[in-house]
Design a binder for this molecule. Structure first.
Ligand code: CP3
Length: 357
């Protein structure tokens, strides 16, 4: 029996779950010492991740193996003691579950058989939860093993970001192919987005049911769209997902990360109703003034500061802590950890954030 359970004499006096600090922030509290976690905190910068990764035949098989997924989800918690754990999976499990062929090419990234808008009808929602059952199994097992004060996050890609990979078949820095496809056939593109709203809503609800305390919606390519496109295919679908999830699971806590859309975060928060907005590093601190006081900010250290380290890193961390002091705030990066990140720099940032308050 572990120490979080009942003592030998029956129920302990102090069985009350310690507060999950990140959940307090999502409820609108500002904490003197902000909670910290990092996007892509389980990944190739950790030798223990690379050791587990080498046991799986390919990246998707790794994502769908609960034994391996649980282990790599817990690794950064053991090593750094973050306030939140994000389930190890990928945003591209959704197109895979819908029946589009997805593979990851070593050293290159994801490759999908590009989807023509005329073929959206061939995708199917029927097996979604069955296909993604290993993700839910991993969440249940992680929750059972996590210290009680650590928040567990589920996640999904936002419809626009998923659609970029689905239509182009791969990532690209400017999203020229998906933009041309969406602008050229907006009604056809709307049908793909509508299917993804349904898929993402269901996947997030199932993750909450499996033990996720909150969920994050990654719209990594939101900044590639013009204003009309951003409103139609980033904000509106995210608003629909938030509404679907909260209708099914009232009070569900949701973080939105519209990367590259710093100029719109006020409208994004108001339209979508998310509890927190992730900021990338190119967004000025003052943009957070667009947000209502109760909406948390998450971010926004440049991952390259974490790679570079030194006094510049310390100064960047301090400037972020100063900028968001007194408002609900979660310390994070402005995008994911990169593989070349020195572990000691991560330790240094955690210590510096924890020294606050
Ligand atoms: O944050 C975490 O630790 C949880 C796990 C997680 C992964 N991907 C694991 C992963 C999360 C939250 C993601 C999200 C994700 N996946 C996004 C949104 C966030 C972002 O980075 O913009 C996107 C766009 C993807 C799609 C994806 N998956 C790409 C483009 C790549 C290849 C690029 C790369 O870094 O290799 C992946 C692969 C991937 N997903 C890896 C990890 C740890 C690395 C692959 C490996 O270990 O071989």
């Amino acid at each position: 029996m572990d120490s979080f359970e009942e003592g030998a004499g029956g129920r302990r006096e102090d069985t009350a779950t310690p507060p999950r600090r990140l959940m307090q922030v999502l409820a609108g509290e500002s904490l003197e010492t902000p909670p910290i976690w990092l996007m892509r905190q389980a990944g190739r910068f950790l030798p223990e991740y690379r050791a587990v990764r080498s046991q799986a035949p390919n990246f998707l098989a790794f994502c769908y193996n609960p034994d391996l997924a649980v282990e790599v989800t817990l690794q950064p918690i053991r090593r750094f003691g973050f306030d939140a754990s994000i389930i190890f999976s990928d945003i591209l499990v959704i197109p895979d579950a819908l029946g589009q062929r997805v593979r990851f090419v070593e050293g290159e990234g994801p490759r999908l058989d590009p989807l023509a808008l005329a073929d959206v009808g061939q995708l199917s929602l029927e097996r979604l939860e069955r296909h993604l059952a290993p993700v839910y199994e991993a969440l249940r097992r992680v929750r059972a093993e996590l210290p009680p004060e650590v928040t567990l996050l589920g996640f999904a890609g936002a419809p626009w970001t998923l659609a970029t990979y689905m239509t182009a078949g791969r990532g690209s820095p400017d999203q020229a192919v998906p933009r041309r496809i969406a602008y050229g056939d907006p009604e056809g593109f709307d049908r793909l987005i509508a299917l993804l709203v349904e898929a993402v809503s269901r996947h997030l609800i199932a993750q909450l049911d499996a033990g996720a305390d909150a969920v994050q919606i990654f719209d990594s390519w939101a900044g590639a769209l013009d204003q009309t496109g951003f409103e139609a295919w980033s904000m509106a679908p995210t608003a629909a997902i938030v509404e679907n999830v909260r209708r099914a699971r009232p009070g569900a806590r949701i973080i939105g990360f519209p990367r590259g859309a710093g100029a719109y975060i006020g409208a994004y928060a108001a339209t979508t109703g998310v509890d927190a907005v992730g900021l990338d590093w190119s967004t000025p601190f003052t943009a957070s003034r667009q947000l209502p006081d109760r909406v948390a900010v998450q971010g926004n250290l440049d991952p390259m500061r974490l790679v570079a380290g030194g006094r510049g890193l310390d100064a960047a961390v301090d400037r972020i802590l100063d900028a968001f002091e007194g408002r609900p705030f979660i310390f994070n990066l402005g995008h994911g950890v990169t593989p070349e990140t020195p572990i000691e720099n991560v330790e240094r940032v955690v210590a510096r954030v924890r020294a606050r308050g």
